[in-house]
Design a protein around this ligand. Structure first.
Ligand code: SAM
Length: 202
């Protein structure tokens, strides 16, 4: 069993000022798929405690913006280009609120996860709802050509979800970062080249 103090990613995160070891998963995803560019606007769903937002903040730089969304408390960031939206991602019209306030975004990342109950079927069902909601929001908030990164739990619904995402993005890959614990069923879906509805049948 890995304890927190024995976990090199947790130690590294603490030493480097990242709020979570999850930061390293996003670094790995970006190293492999080149998601972020300077000046972009990013929406980070399930952002608390904030490691992913910190990584995105560095990658987009001072001319970019990270919109960190969580239903759980997020401590204010010292990074000036991160703003906090304290909301449940299932809030009705969340997409309209975000687009109304900030306009469309270049990338939507979601590391949303339920509190693990230990009941695999229940946890998997909630994770699946979170991933579907993140996908639904991505369609509403992304510019054409945008990217979507989403945590999923591997299981019977994975291929069906991948198939749905492929209908709206040019490329879709599954990736398990080295920093993701081996015993965890989590894996990340990485989708690029968003196709807006207006371009679907052209
Ligand atoms: C694994 S943590 C995210 C860690 C984060 N990426 C980081 O780097 O620090 C999962 C987060 O998903 C959030 N979450 C779960 N369900 C949510 C929902 N319905 N709406 C908003 N956030 C949710 C939880 O509150 C939790 O903070």
């Amino acid at each position: 069993m890995i304890t927190l103090s024995a976990d090199p990613y947790a130690r590294k995160a603490r030493a480097s000022g990242f709020r979570s070891r999850a930061a390293y998963k996003l670094f790995e995803i970006n190293d492999k798929f080149s998601i972020f560019k300077k000046g972009q606007q990013i929406i980070d769903l399930g952002a608390s405690p904030g490691g992913w937002s910190q990584v995105a903040s560095r990658k987009v730089g001072s001319n970019g913006l990270v919109i960190a969304v969580d239903k759980a408390y997020l401590q204010e960031f010292k990074e000036k280009n991160i703003i906090i939206v304290f909301e449940d991602i299932f809030k009705k019209n969340l997409d309209e609120i975000i687009v109304g306030d900030y306009g469309k975004s270049d990338v939507l990342i979601s590391d949303c996860a339920p509190n693990i109950s230990g009941n695999y079927d229940k946890d998997h069902a909630i994770q699946s709802m979170l991933a579907h909601r993140a996908f639904e929001l991505s369609i509403k908030v992304l510019y054409m050509g945008g990217s979507f990164v989403c945590k999923i739990f591997q299981g019977s619904e994975t291929q069906e979800f991948v198939k749905s995402v492929k209908e709206r993005f040019g490329t879709v890959k599954l990736f398990k970062p080295k920093s993701s614990r081996k015993q965890s069923s989590e894996i990340y879906l990485v989708a690029k080249d968003f196709i807006p509805e207006s371009e679907l049948f052209t």
